[in-house]
Design a protein around this ligand. Sequence first.
Ligand code: SF4
Ligand code: SF4
Length: 377
Amino acid sequence: MTKLVRLDKDKLMNQNLEKKEFNTPDFVYIPFPPKKEDLKKEAHIKKESLLYPGVYAPISGKLSGIDQCLLFPGKRVNCFVIQNDYEEKSESTKPIRKKITGLEKREFLDCIFDLDLKNRLEKNLSSTLLISGIDDEPYIENEAFLQRENTKAIMDGIDAILSLQQNSKAIIALKNTDSKTILAYQNILGMYKNIEIKFVDDLYLIGKEPFLKKYLKLTEAFYLKTSEVYEIYVNLKKRKPLLEKYITISGNGVSKPLIIKTKLGVKVSSLFNKYYLEDLMDCAFYVNGLMGGVQLNLNQLLVSKDLEGIIVMKRVKKVSKACVKCGKCISICPIHSNPMLAYKLGIKVECIHCGLCTYICPSYIPLQKYLSGDDGE
Ligand code: SF4
Ligand code: SF4
């Protein structure tokens, strides 16, 4: 059995998590595709219009220029800038679909806007669906919040996927500590006969595909996150792409933890400018969490599908000491890798960048930096 670890968490950190909506950014930034296709400056763009294969406009407005931005985990990209006209003029005029179950598989797939999601549904769909409703990173709560706000939509989305194959069933995995989300499902679960909930322990990484499948002994199941199921629901029901997502901002460096529903392509700095007035000079920003995240400058960072949140921590100087050869970093690694090889010999080792070896090291050695090819300074 793969080792999974129970983390020490500060229970007060996300107390009073408050929700905000950031629907009217002044600008959004669209990364160029690998092979740049021309979009004319000053051209008017309609909301949800197709810009490139699989890329849609989150707002309506005019193309106003080009800017260099940053995507998690640190890739610099050139972007087209769309200046919002606040008219929200949309490309699609198709009516909402009344029924999303019972579609033919081809018709179903033609409704999916995200190319990677479509490809996975096309190639790997099986008769058992495993849906992870788990946020693995401590203090990031996007999946939990999404489920509580859209419980029925998620159940309808699962039902629509199940209707593609006879005798199929779905299992939603939830942490047994997430009582609010469990309650949200319990109120409507009886309406869906082929969907059940399984509770799992609050262990780090348990929501990730290989770990969850092993833990529940469902190695053949087709895995989706609840956010992906919700996206499928929006694609099918509203016949449009999902161009917004939840971002958690938390940590001991901010006055209030927030969960923000925001458009894709927005600069993270504009969220901070709107919601946080405090001086954050002496803080470190952990993009996508304290464990598997990376420290980045937020100035040009964009909200993308891969961005889950920012944990803002007051800087505490932890001085690294010499390795005491305790071996804890090796024994905690969930994929049985050896971070010491990267640290001591500069050898590239297999790594899923979970951060557990850095978390456990009694000498505060930033092993993750060596694992990502940095020199650790
Ligand atoms: S960060 Fe990499 S080496 Fe360290 S515990 Fe995680 S998977 Fe193993
Ligand atoms: S956990 Fe830290 S101190 Fe222990 S062996 Fe690994 S690097 Fe050395």
